[in-house]
Design a protein around this ligand. Structure first.
Ligand code: KG4
Ligand code: ZN
Length: 343
């Protein structure tokens, strides 16, 4: 059988996910199944992801999710070209569950194992959905990561900027929590901001004008907390105004950081083929608008994968597996799960 078919498994945070992706003869990817079970309900009453609960939920859920992904794809285990799992970075309990499951499948079905870096999977996702060539500039903003990365090839990543404190999604989540909005907070803050005045509070624009392309979000978060503490009682309009003002500060800072990142990219690698945004924060419509402006100013195209592929999923792991397999990059059974793993 000449088909290239890879099963991808994702368990690094609070999504239990599996997918089967095929590489077609023209090099493009086709998602045959993509099952994501978010553990939002399990963690909601704690206001954030509890690692131990996440790991146990992955144990309970993963077999069934893999089963569904295989059935829906119409592909048998024997047909698989490889099985790929996110081997980190992430919450180590969950990573162990996913990687160990992938090893078991690989052993039983005598299939190559591919241990994928979760961040690499986010970085390569746009090539699954469109014919994008290297090099391109990636803006990755999720609950755990905020990075600007030059993607110059499979396995070739140069970090141009990163957060020096909180991740961007984490800042949205913390602001939501301090304003008593439900978890996960990012979409709630965006919704509240829609009816708010972005100029009512003059929050700091972190790192504005700095020569490096790094981010900082904790000072801004603290500024929101201090302002909120001064208002008593906190009315819904105050919450909307706080969210709108916070989001405006994030947008302005992000636009500035990305324009520096694109400049650094240009100096080192020439013009990027695109600016690509990924991670949960890329689902934010206001941020999408800001990125559009940044890309236009840098005379490049903005590509944002569909929301379901921006947030954590198995298809991105399977696709990274396909890209690595094509380069002959397979792993051995002693591949280690990693809590921390830089690109
Ligand atoms: O990529 P993701 O699903 O999971 C990881 O963290 O790896 O990203 C989730 C993060 C959360 O912090 C969530 O609050 C944030 O992305 N997020 C948003 C929005 N939707 C999700 N942040 C701002 N605006 C949104 N619309
Ligand atoms: Zn992620």
């Amino acid at each position: 059988d000449v088909r290239t078919l890879v099963l991808g498994i994702e368990t690094t945070c609070d999504e239990t996910a599996a997918a089967v992706v095929e590489r077609l003869s023209d090099g493009s990817g086709k998602i045959l199944s993509n099952i994501v079970r978010s553990q939002t309900e399990e963690h909601a009453r704690f206001g954030g992801v509890v690692p131990e609960i996440a790991a146990r939920a992955h144990v309970d859920l993963l077999d069934g999710i893999v089963d569904s992904a295989m059935k829906e794809s119409g592909v048998s285990f024997a047909q698989l070209s490889a099985v790929a799992a996110a081997a980190g970075p992430g919450l180590i309990g969950g990573v162990i569950v996913g990687l160990t499951t992938a090893k078991a499948i690989a052993m039983v079905h005598d299939t190559p194992l591919i241990a994928v870096n979760h961040l690499e999977a986010h970085a390569l996702t746009p090539r699954l959905t469109c014919a994008l060539a290297f090099p391109y500039c990636l803006f990755l903003a999720s609950g755990g990561h905020t990075q600007i990365v030059a993607v110059t090839g499979v396995g070739k990543y140069v970090r141009l900027g990163t957060t020096v404190d909180d991740a961007m999604g984490e800042a949205f989540d913390k602001v939501a929590k301090m304003l008593a909005l439900p978890y996960p907070g990012g979409p709630e803050v965006e919704r509240a901001a829609q009816g708010g005045d972005p100029r009512r509070f003059a929050f700091p624009r972190p790192m504005l004008g700095r020569a490096d392309a790094n981010f900082s979000l904790s000072g801004l978060k603290t500024a929101v907390r201090n302002e909120a503490a001064r208002i008593d009682p906190l009315e819904p309009q105050d919450i909307s105004d706080l969210c709108a003002s916070f989001q405006a500060a994030v947008l302005e800072s992000t636009a500035d950081r990305l324009s520096v990142g694109l400049k650094l990219f240009h100096e080192q690698f020439g013009p990027p083929r695109a600016l690509v945004a990924a991670g949960g924060v890329a689902a934010n419509q206001a941020i999408r608008g800001a990125l559009q402006d940044v890309a236009a100013k840098a005379q490049t195209t903005l590509i944002i994968p569909p929301p379901a592929l921006c947030t954590d999923n198995g298809a991105m792991i399977a696709w990274a597996g396909i890209e690595r397999l094509a380069m002959g990059l397979v792993d051995t059974m002693d591949a280690a799960p990693r809590a921390r793993w830089l690109l």
